[in-house]
Design a protein around this ligand. Structure first.
Ligand code: FES
Length: 131
């Protein structure tokens, strides 16, 4: 079973930009890479560092803490199949961007947020958008 969490208006993250949002008690980083949208958990699977400021080369993100690299398309380290990021599917529904959460992705409900349709809305972890 999965559910959708609103993340704002589609197109608000321009190519080359990224944005952090707060969803169900976790920080998610949204990337626009050449028009393709990718969403990952902000926590590095190696030791929990924030990945939101990692250097991005194509679709490969380098963790700023120890330099492990992860392919945003698969969540995996390129070529080795080692550690894997938590990735989330993103869809556009009625001109709004939504994050698709599977049951195992969901953190315990915190009772915050929601839109007029009764669907939860993502909240920004940080107020800035980064290139
Ligand atoms: S915490 Fe990311 S590589 Fe170590």
């Amino acid at each position: 079973m999965s559910r959708q969490v609103g993340m704002g208006v589609a197109g608000e993250i321009e190519p080359g930009q990224r944005k952090r949002v707060f969803v169900d008690g976790r920080c998610v980083v949204i990337f626009n890479v050449d028009g393709e949208i990718y969403a990952i958990d902000d926590s590095c699977p190696h030791n929990g560092a924030s990945l939101g400021n990692g250097e991005l080369e194509g679709c490969v993100l380098r963790c700023p803490a120890h330099g492990l690299r992860f392919d945003l398309r698969t969540g995996r380290t390129p070529g080795t199949g080692g550690l894997s990021l938590t990735t989330f599917a993103v869809a556009t529904v009625d001109s709004k961007r939504v994050l698709i959460l599977d049951e195992h992705d969901a953190a315990p409900a915190n009772g915050t947020g929601g839109n007029a349709a009764g669907q939860p809305e993502a909240q920004h972890c940080a107020t800035r958008q980064e290139k």
